[in-house]
Design a protein around this ligand. Structure first.
Ligand code: RB5
Length: 148
């Protein structure tokens, strides 16, 4: 499985640790930048990552900015992306299990490198509970996208 990973300048400090961790877990990684501390615009990176999921190249993604919020807002503008900004492992697990989230976002300025890797584990190790009300509600999310 391929995981797309992106960050802006405010998330660049932990991106390489996140990439190494994901590779160690046995996934392939597609890195959509940014590749330095130079100021850049998170919607650009979020869009590049979302395109990798929406064109089928990658199954899941991880986006890092200062807070995780800008990345998650930008990612959720893309039809078919369900991005969750998480700073606790319970939410990172449950957003896969209940929301079928396909993009994990977090903030380097919010979580340290240790928690960041735990969030990645919680997200990637979880599976969507593809039954009952979860399916109904995720379908309702798609319906909202279609109608708005
Ligand atoms: C960049 O300064 C910062 O605004 C950005 O990384 C992110 O936190 C936005 O939500």
């Amino acid at each position: 499985m391929k995981i797309v990973i992106g960050c802006d300048h405010a998330g660049f400090g932990i991106k390489s640790a996140v990439i190494s961790h994901v590779l160690e877990k046995g996934y392939e990684v597609v890195d959509v930048g940014t590749n330095s501390n130079a100021s850049c615009h998170y919607p650009v990176i979020a869009t590049a990552a979302c395109e990798k999921i929406l064109n089928g190249e990658c199954e899941l993604g991880i986006l890092i900015c200062g807070t995780g919020i800008g990345m998650s807002i930008a990612a959720n503008k893309h039809k078919g992306i369900r991005a969750a900004c998480c700073s606790d492992t319970f939410s990172a697990r449950l957003t896969r299990e209940h929301n079928d989230a396909n993009m994990l976002c977090f903030g380097e300025r919010v979580v340290g490198a240790g928690l960041a890797l735990d969030l990645v584990d919680a997200f990637l190790d979880a599976e969507y509970l593809n039954n009952g009300n979860h399916v109904t509600r995720v379908a309702m999310l798609s319906e909202i996208e279609k109608n708005n």
